[in-house]
Design a protein around this ligand. Structure first.
Ligand code: GRF
Length: 204
């Protein structure tokens, strides 16, 4: 039996980070494997990557549930059943309940397209351009009840150029997201980290 970390990935859309993680897991000696993919949208383009890589996937639409908790608990049960021990959010566009984040405490990470704690929420590239920062980037962090606030595992930085548009800045950031997520998953799967309060110490 494989001793790799079994990971579920949750998406809502394009799935480029899912693909980056699938590619990472396909490289020799990578310490994690993706065993399940969940999308809350049946139109999510990223589902095609799950199919392509032969990973079981399913659509659980939030619209089929009366409350956030019912939706979250169904996801929880399905992920448990899949055998996954860890969850990567990769463009999953629903806020998760406190109950869900507590059930998966220290076993649930997200990628956010900014250098947190700057530019939480949506439209991060627009926020960066409007603020006039010279550097921008992305963050992989543990998920806690407060949105975009959990302990930071990995960040990658990109310069903001004078002639950047939202699109050019997003493209530059996205390349770094794929690198950051892969690095974060390796650190996690190898257990080369320690959470101390709101800080994550990493090594190796
Ligand atoms: C990424 O920018 C990620 O940081 C954010 O949502 C976007 C998802 O992109 N949370 P993709 O679906 O992985 O291509």
């Amino acid at each position: 039996m494989s001793n790799k970390l079994k990971v579920a990935v949750m998406i809502s859309g394009r799935g480029s980070n899912l693909k980056a993680l699938l590619d990472a897991c396909d490289t020799p000696n990578f310490p994690a494997e993706i065993v399940h993919v969940i999308s809350n949208k049946k139109t999510a383009k990223g589902l095609r990557y799950a199919e392509e890589y032969g990973v079981p996937y399913e659509v659980i639409s939030h619209k089929d549930f009366e409350s956030r908790i019912d939706f979250d608990m169904t996801i929880h049960e399905h992920i448990k059943k899949s055998g996954a021990e860890f969850i990567c959010l990769a463009g999953f566009m629903r806020v998760l309940s406190n109950k869900f984040t507590e059930l998966w405490k220290d076993k649930l990470v997200n990628i956010h397209p900014s250098l947190l704690p700057s530019f939480k929420g949506v439209d991060t590239h627009r926020q960066a351009l409007e603020t006039g920062v010279k550097y921008h980037g992305c963050t992989v962090h543990f998920v806690v009840p407060d949105v975009d606030s959990g302990p930071i595992i990995v960040q990658e930085v990109v310069p903001v150029l004078d002639d950047d548009t939202i699109e050019t800045l997003e493209a530059r950031c996205l390349e770094k997201e794929h690198i950051a997520y892969r690095r974060a998953l390796r650190i996690i799967a190898e257990g080369k980290f320690k959470i101390e309060g709101n800080k994550v110490l990493t090594w190796g």
